[in-house]
Design a protein around this ligand. Sequence first.
Ligand code: FE2
Ligand code: FE2
Length: 462
Amino acid sequence: MATLSSLARELVVGLMNAGLYFPEHARVKDSAGRICALLVELEREGHAFPLELGVAGQRVVYQGQPLFSASLFGGKLTAALAALGSGGLQFGARAEPRELIAVLCLLSAPPAGATGPEALNALLEAAQVASIRFLAPLVEAGGSAAANLWQELDDLRVVRLPVQLYQDFVDLLQTSAVRVVRNIEIEMDRVYALTRDVLRMLNEEPEPLLALARHGDADNYNLQHSIRVCLRVGLVARELVSDRDLLLRICQAALLHDVGKNLVAPEIINKPGRLLPDERREIEKHSEYGARILLEQPAPDPIAVTVAYSHHLRHDGTGYPKPPHGFRLHPISQLIQICDVYEALTAQRPYKPARSPQDALREMMRMRRQFHPRLFPFFVKCTGLYPVGTLLELGTGEIAQVRQGSHPPHRPRARILQDRRGRRRPLKECEEVQLELTDARAARRVTAVVDAPDLLEGLLAP
Ligand SMILES: [Fe+2]
Ligand SMILES: [Fe+2]
């Protein structure tokens, strides 16, 4: 089914392709074609046309409402439109690929002085684009106080909302992908600053950020996977390592562990079905590609290089790539591997549903010979049956979020985000309770793990 989020995602991919390749390149044409097909589908599904996709601050907006997933992953689009002084795009349902290519090229490399919808639309007319128009900046209902607050928080860059931190994650990974393909250095100072902020948030109030990372969006799997592995590694490693600098380097290595996938053809990386043997071999090269990319940085970090190279090499000698004689697995790589497998099992993919945290741990128990014999039990103890940030439905009809510092693991502390009548309170006023996981008769027993994007949407509001 076509969604506005998938439209925003395709626009971001198109924008990145237009920045990487010349306009006649197959990847740019492909993106434009997919966007056109989505517009036709959206019209068929009853969306009003012309369709207006707006941007306000860091949010993607449709009919005055922020779109949650699109806002999380659409930072490149909001930034490009804001830089041009436009409040969004208006599409006709019959837009043609050549029109989309013109818009994507204009967005990714605007000619000097082309700002404001009038100037931009004049350029579109000159290029004979009739079905797409740039919109004037949106005026927020009820004045601009909300927008100002958002901007203020953004300017401070210190007091960051979880959602802004998450958007930064996405932007950093999308930008790194483009830089890797173009053989430009990765902005390691940004990686450092972001992991530092993430560790701070994990120590203070990690739940909203973790819940954002768990929010299912199959379209952005690869991005989300790197973020989730980094957060999971951060949660476990801080219990093991007291040296702050080492902890930061471990989190950076986790964030970049799959950086080599950027050199594997996206058609293979995003293939929804089973891979052919040749395709699997190509994907498996991502470990060596990643190590080479990180080794070529101006000040390569041996931890990041080792992790990229060996995170698919197992403790029992299985996995890939074939290591040189005498190669010894590093425990940091083995820790990141455990988190990598856990995150892959609990994620939803086009060819498999997400496993529950308990199921994932059960499966990992079965394959435990592949993991470091002391790190794996430590990971299980740290993660618990319901990891921090998980949203749970209770027998009472309430929805609760697991908090950190839950001991013993079978009695996690949780915060009631939504009461039995569906009412919500501000985060600071939410009641804290202790859940009974072993007592099936307890009123507040867990009935399901839920993905409640509408609860998370509150995080988008400034
Ligand atoms: Fe990998
Ligand atoms: Fe991975």
